[in-house]
Design a protein around this ligand. Structure first.
Ligand SMILES: Cc1cc2nc3c(=O)[nH]c(=O)nc-3n(C[C@H](O)[C@H](O)[C@H](O)COP(=O)(O)OP(=O)(O)OC[C@H]3O[C@@H](n4cnc5c(N)ncnc54)[C@H](O)[C@@H]3O)c2cc1C
Length: 458
């Protein structure tokens, strides 16, 4: 029978590998089961979202696992959004006040490799090519399918942790014994990835220290830098065209139509993608959605975290960051509770409101990225946000900073964002420049509605 402080983690992706390190450091026995092959032997088979934006919440979790330094060797600083509209020179909208408030682009494969290496070095046992196929929760036996020969393997467990992503097999198995209250909202937009290679001299073709956006109303392209001097471009576009509602994936039937669409809508991006036809044909259209669950655990026998518990749309760049925060929270609750059922319940109570908040903010951010970043009223509100941050330091903290550079609970960031949005809208209604604003009234509004805000101590 399993040792008393033993957990079996399903999925050795981003959250699973990090949790393995955190638990080993606390003396837990850890077995990690991953349905894909060992990426150290075969290369990374991730197959989607090649690079990711890493922010303070994620970095804090990496520091807790002593993994930050190794990960940051592969990371590229992104100071802000470089917005490409029409023929104008692209302009940088900084995310924060200076280079202490930035986000980082990391390659999913590099990140996963670093975490797997550290998990193994910390003493976690890694089992590749073994996908969870079923669970008997009464006898506490998990069944894994071996991808190499199709055989089945039965493995006794004390408790399972589901870090197996949005399509979680553990969640499906738990649902058979407890209604988890699952609901998925798929977005009517999907995504496709393309690549900007290095230039002829082996350097970056466009500004490397930015997240590039080509906003086009109902759709957009973004590009994030990779440390091999490439950019991963992601096109977000509706799956199907609504009446009179512009282009959609279902209307772009072949690569020639795709090129025509890019020539019309994204000529400056197209010029950077020499293998456009190859990428378009090779890379599938990905689905995007939000997963809501009422219950994340099955007493002390199983618990879900990361995308398996609360997948979200990627428009705040927080899915992984949130999953990493989950890992720290679960490890903390395991420290605080002598029994697994108590720890899992406390973890769910702690994280569910925050996951729901970042899920909503991620949906809100899509509208902002694709439709608002080049609007005059948006730019005025953004300028006011920065001015109020300077006038009321620690009290008026811009939305993006609360989510990205701080570790206050997402739910608190969301509540304050709603209050601040009201202040910004009232202040700028009918005005077009900062000089025209009624500063005394705005200051009074800020002082009346917002208390000072402190970050969670390190
Ligand atoms: C287009 C796109 C862009 C994104 N950009 C960002 C970003 O910029 N910043 C950010 O923070 N987040 C981003 N995200 C979200 C981020 O990718 C996820 O939130 C994150 O990967 C979740 O980590 P996870 O470990 O929970 O799941 P995953 O990373 O999906 O890992 C799950 C692991 O479980 C394995 N697995 C699956 N089924 C089984 C099974 N039956 N048995 C065993 N193993 C199994 C998988 O092979 C995988 O290794 C983006 C997502 C998308 C789709």
């Amino acid at each position: 029978m399993s040792a008393p402080r033993h957990l079996t983690i399903i999925g050795a992706g981003l959250a699973g590998a990090l949790l393995g390190i955190l638990l080993r450091r606390r003396g837990w026995e850890v077995d990690l089961y991953e349905k894909r092959g060992d990426p150290r032997l075969r290369g990374y088979e991730g197959g989607r979202s090649i690079n990711l934006a890493l922010a303070e919440r994620g970095r804090h979790a990496l520091r807790a696992a002593d993994a930050d330094e190794a990960v940051m060797r592969h990371a590229i600083m992104m100071r802000g959004r470089m917005v490409h509209v029409d023929a104008a020179e692209p302009a940088l909208q900084r995310y924060g006040r200076d280079d202490s408030e930035v986000i980082w682009s990391v390659h999913r494969g590099d990140l996963n490799l670093v975490l797997l290496e550290l998990a193994q070095a910390a003493g976690a046992r890694l089992h590749f090519d073994l996908g969870l196929a079923g669970v008997n929760f009464d006898s506490r036996v998990a069944v894994f399918a071996d991808a190499r020969d199709g055989s089945r393997r039965e493995v006794p467990f004390r408790a399972l942790v589901g870090a197996d992503g949005a399509g979680s097999a553990l969640r499906a198995a738990m649902h058979r014994v407890r209604d988890l209250g699952e609901r998925s909202d798929f977005l009517d937009h999907g995504y496709k990835e393309l690549e900007i290679p290095p230039d002829d001299d082996g350097g970056f073709r466009i500004e490397p220290h930015a997240l590039h956006i080509w906003p086009r109303g109902h759709y957009m392209c973004i590009a994030l830098p990779n440390d091999e001097k490439t950019f991963t471009v992601t096109l977000f576009l509706p799956h199907q065209a609504a009446a009179g509602d512009g282009p959609a994936f279902d209307q772009i039937r072949d690569t020639a139509a795709a090129r025509t669409f890019f020539e019309r809508e994204f000529p400056s991006a197209l010029a950077l993608i020499p293998a456009f036809e190859r990428d378009w044909a090779a890379n599938p259209v990905g689905q995007l959605g939000t997963l809501y669950l009422e219950h994340w655990h099955l007493d002390g026998r199983a618990v879900l975290l990361g995308d398996a518990a609360h997948a979200m749309v990627p428009f705040h760049g927080q899915g992984m960051n949130c999953a990493f925060e989950d890992c720290v929270a679960l490890a903390g609750q395991l420290d605080a509770h002598p029994d697994l059922a108590g720890a899992f319940a406390a973890f769910e109570a702690q994280r569910k409101p925050d996951a729901a908040a970042i899920q909503r903010m991620a949906l809100d951010n899509y509208l902002e990225m694709r439709d608002r970043v080049d609007d005059a009223d948006y730019l005025l509100q953004r300028a006011l946000e920065l001015a109020l941050q300077a006038r009321h330091p620690g009290r008026f903290v811009p939305h993006y900073a609360m989510v990205t550079f701080m570790r206050i609970p997402y739910s608190l960031a969301m509540t304050r964002t709603d209050v601040q949005r009201g202040i910004l809208e009232r202040a700028t209604a009918g005005r077009s420049t900062l000089d025209a604003l009624d500063w005394a009234a705005i200051d009074a509004d800020v002082l009346a509605r917002l208390t000072p805000l402190e970050d969670v101590p390190a």
